[in-house]
Design a protein around this ligand. Structure first.
Ligand SMILES: C[S@@+](CC[C@H](N)C(=O)[O-])C[C@H]1O[C@@H](n2cnc3c(N)ncnc32)[C@H](O)[C@@H]1O
Length: 172
């Protein structure tokens, strides 16, 4: 039996053995495939109906809403029937309601780490990837469930994880 094809989209520093680890940042210590999702897409590298699992943790919120929908539709395209999409995202509803968390922390959770990876002291990184660590839209478990169902995903399940949520869906 052939091995399952699993893709870790926007892997960052979370390199996963057994996955094709994809990111737009070629300076990461480990990355299998460099893809800039602003100008490229997964289906240019993987055939339709060929992937068992797309994982995209803390990634979709780094894109404006209409582009995020395009990316989710592209994930759907490359997944095999029965294949799964697994994502983690900041939970905007939880973050906004969490008034016990200092507002500076909640701003960071909503708007992203900005220069988180290589820091302000690396102006070259900031020039090359000015937007990679900024959040451009936000979701709740409910809004993302509706986004995925509108695309055709089924069996959507989500659960809260501190100020994030995890969501899993299948291609029928
Ligand atoms: C917040 S990090 C998440 C990293 C990892 N998935 C994790 O959970 O630890 C977001 C990652 O998405 C990548 N990224 C953001 N926008 C991208 C884009 N347009 N194309 C390719 N990668 C992008 C960044 O380089 C970064 O590694």
């Amino acid at each position: 039996m052939s091995e399952a094809v699993k893709i870790n989209v926007g892997c960052g520093l979370d390199y996963r053995p057994g996955f094709v680890n994809v990111d737009g940042n070629p300076d990461l210590p480990r990355v299998d495939k460099v893809i800039d999702f602003d100008s490229d897409r997964l289906s240019a590298h993987f055939a339709p109906d060929s992937v068992d699992l797309v994982m995209a943790n803390d990634f979709i919120e780094h894109h404006v809403h209409w582009h995020a929908v395009k990316l989710l539709k592209d994930f759907f395209l490359v997944l095999k029937p029965g294949g799964g999409l697994s994502m983690q995202l900041p939970d905007v509803e939880t973050i906004m309601a969490a008034t016990s968390i200092p507002v500076e922390t909640r701003i960071f959770l909503l708007y992203g780490g900005q220069d988180f990876y290589l820091g302000e002291e690396n102006p070259e990184h900031r020039k090359r990837f000015p937007h990679y660590h900024c959040h451009k839209f936000g979701y709740t478990r409910g809004t993302m469930t509706r986004e995925l169902e509108a695309i055709g995903f089924v069996d959507v399940e989500s659960w809260g994880k501190k100020t994030d949520f995890v969501i899993f869906a299948k291609k029928p």
